[in-house]
Design a protein. Sequence first.
Length: 756
Amino acid sequence: MHSNLSATCLNSFAGLTLLFILNIQEVMAQQASLNGYISDAATGETLMAANILITGTGLGTTTNTSGYYSLRNIPPGTYAIRFSYLGYENHMEEVEFGTGEQVRLDIALLPAGLVLDEIVVESEREGEERQSIGRSRVSTELITEVPSVLQADVFRSIQLLPGIKAASDFSSGLYIRGGSPDQTLILLDRTTVYNPTHFFGFFSTFNPDAIKDVQLFKGGYPAEYGGRLGSVVDIYNKDGNRNETAGTVSLGMLSSRAMIEGPYSKGSYMLAARRSTLEPVLAVLRNTYDNIPSSFYFYDINAKVNLDPNDDNRVSLSAYTGQDDVHLPFDDDLDISLTYGNRTVSGNWTHIFSNYVFSNFTFTGSQYFNYPHFEFGGTAFERRNFVYDFSARGDLEWIPGNAHQVQGGVWLGNLTLRLNDRFDGNDNFRSRIQSRYATFYMQDSWRPSPLWIIHLGLRGSYFSNNNDFRLAPRLSIERYLTTTMRLQAAYGRYNQFLTLITNEAFSGFDVWLMAGQGVAPAYGDQFVLGFKHTFFENYNLEIEAYYRTMRDLFELDPFAGDVAGRDYEDLFRFGQGYASGLEILFQKESGRLSGYASYTFGVTRRQFNGFNNNDYYPPKYDRTNDVNLVASYALSRRWNATAIMSYATGQAYTEPLGRTVMQDDPFSSQANFTDAIVVGRMNASRLPAYHRLDLGFTRQGNFFGWTESELQLQVINVYSRRNIWFYNYRFEDNPITRDEVALLPILPTVTYTLTF
């Protein structure tokens, strides 16, 4: 079935491509057209979701993820065209269009300088695109400027947005709209990344120096994405400066970073590296404390090379490699070693068939590995865990007219999961699961009038491991009430063929499992309603409400016991869940004072047969209320201050009620006792509320007149609120005692960066 389906997908895709090319010249031949790339004038980096408006006509569009745009059906005449992008100066261009003329216009926008003595406000917002429902763009400026624990981090910045929760100060995991981390698809240059964490999950693997753009879909995401029940984080590496050689060097308390980028005769390149610098700190701590790692480091390297043979073709090759290595001795009897990491490679060819047909062809490879090793009293336990994912995909965009933008694509791949456990030198579990997969999608962005936008899509997914084919329709509708106010609604069906067995304390132990014989893939529906309003002076209000279901959830049964000899389906427990919530975001995008305030009301529940009396219960990361205030203020031309205030309802936990000890046989002379802990309802109790204030100050300067520099001084948890991570109960005490295990205390950090 797989081969027939794959052939059908490829034939359909080739047929659509040929149809687009053969018929493109016959459509609207008398109308003029405009297309091109929009880029950063300083670096040559293309800009995603930049706005293009032909003033006075209502005609407009935005650039795609490659920075390309296309407009059709332009009546002959002379027009003023406005190009805009947040954080850049607007650019106006006057263009004369003849009958049927095709105009190529590549535009480089200048980054906007900070104006302290006045705030320039543009009231004209006609045709300017705002974010679609459930979608957010995370700027690299936000990632590097907000106060962060020891260093800037992509996922830590994302956790500040409404609808996204953090499990703890020690976790960069993304819990989005009631979903667990494995329900979020994470892509780097269109390549799936399976465990993007460093330092036991404390940070993500994404070096902010190497990142060009981060697109976040919290829910209701379009048909071009799939494979996860909840959300998508789509990350793109920098292409490299096409104008001049440049770079940065940053020295921090946890790690140091270096990046260089520049042009060459046919394109550009970028190379970024980061390595932990904790060794001196650990050496000092080992002289005072026990159980300090005897060795620990992590590193990651991002690289990208671009080839621009002509205006219609761009080729790129990008790669990532990262690894954590830790050795942690406990006393004389227990020794722990852990090595884990990710490697990805992505080759991409972008080709413009015509002014109206744009294409991307991508080949990807992804590997995740972890090697934990325990030795206790001379007895060793070790694991070898791998994920291999190799794929090829093709995507087409066709613009038959300004009322329609059609996209379609095919993604074919092979996924392999390997797990091997050894105990005392002998194999006690060995598994190799392999599946081929094939997906296709079609979607159309239709504008029946200037007041309506309808996004209609369909995605099909096939997994050979359980011979399962699923269809997933997607629909979203936008209605402009005014030029600055709109209503949105979305529905989507989503499927997931994978599940993650995770350990929050040590993310390097994470193990992926897939649907298989007797294990159906999970699926769910999402319903989203939204209201968005743009005020004058760049004030934005966004309100979204959501409800989502999660069916056929499968996860490893914690009570399964010995797995040897069991059928695959007997390893799992099966259940369902739901989540609902309301998100409010009020944002000021520019000016001397900028930032946002966000509030989330959320509820999420799970239910598994034979567990918790079959009742629904809140998972640990369920939190009813979340509030984040993020503000940035320009104190002067050199100094900038940033503050973050966070509040959240305490996390759910299961409270032990007591301990019982009973003799197995009261009439026997043998003292055999059964010891049991009595607990309350699953996660029915709450930790105290969480709140924290972080402050940061940044000074722009120069390094002895040689190059530009930046000094960051930050204080995490300013008033040293000892938020509770979990409770540790001592049942051997009489009466039973409870210890509070706290999260981060007050923590100052310093980072110094040179830019050349």
